[in-house]
Design a protein around this ligand. Structure first.
Ligand code: PLP
Length: 234
């Protein structure tokens, strides 16, 4: 395989509950959870049953058709958001969800997207363009344009950046808790101030919940603690 992450030190062959088993039969308590992905552990009976039943019923159907699980999931997500006008688009990864967010920003007709220093939004070109980490982006440039960066948590800087050209500012994107850069939570006030700034200028507030969503911080979405509703949630 490509040497993206160096040679892995351990080969994992199976798992049960919160434990992983390597090629020699050693067991490990999994504190990484696939980088927060396996939040229900490994082989949870409800997940095994749901996946097995679905694969035995209908393995793949293209996006030219509707299918009950997709409609049901979209409905449940809408209920979680609590806004009947909400619309859902499914994608295969966090990076692709953020690509969709990038394209939504473009659909406003405005060019500027403001993203946080040290943020992480994925490794595809659009998501990388919004990722404020030079070590990850620079070797792949030129990236899609229009993205400018602000210091995470600094509302005065962000407001001044918007005010350079509010009418051409499409979106502000951030993680409610920055993950890759050391688990740095946004304050409630920062999230509320961004919501107000976006409302003032007709800017889309985009929240990347790829790491924080689906109950990982206590509420279904992390932004709920701030009592706000973003325009775009990935
Ligand atoms: C906040 C955030 N956004 C997006 C991504 C990209 O998700 P994926 O690896 O599924 O493309 C990640 C991955 O760790 C992430 O932490």
């Amino acid at each position: 395989m490509m040497n993206n992450y160096g040679t892995p030190p351990v080969g994992i062959v199976s798992g049960h509950g919160a434990y992983l088993v390597d090629e020699q039969g050693n067991e490990y308590l999994d504190l990484l959870a696939g980088i927060a992905v396996n939040s229900l552990g490994t082989n949870h009976p409800a997940v095994v049953e749901a996946v097995s039943t679905q694969v035995a019923t209908l393995g793949h159907v293209s996006n030219l058709f509707a299918s009950p699980p997709a409609v049901k999931l979209a409905q449940r997500l809408k209920e979680k958001v609590g806004d009947d006008s909400a619309r859902v688009i499914f994608s295969n990864s966090g990076a692709e969800a953020n690509e969709a967010a990038f394209k939504l920003a473009r659909l406003t007709g405005r060019r500027r997207i403001l993203a946080a220093n040290n943020g992480f939004h994925g490794r595809t070109m659009g998501s990388l363009a919004m990722t404020g980490q030079p070590s990850k982006r620079d070797i792949f440039g030129p990236l899609p344009g229009g993205v400018e960066f602000y210091p995470y948590g600094d509302i005065d800087y962000l407001r001044a950046l918007v005010e350079i050209n509010p009418a051409d500012t499409a979106a502000i994107i951030l993680e409610p808790i920055q993950g890759e850069t050391g688990v740095i939570p946004a304050t409630i006030e920062f999230l509320q101030d961004i919501r107000a700034l976006c409302d003032e200028h007709g800017i889309l507030m985009m929240v990347d919940e790829v790491q924080t969503g689906v109950g990982r911080t206590g509420s279904f979405f992390a932004f709920e603690k701030a009592g706000i509703l973003p325009d775009v949630i990935t």
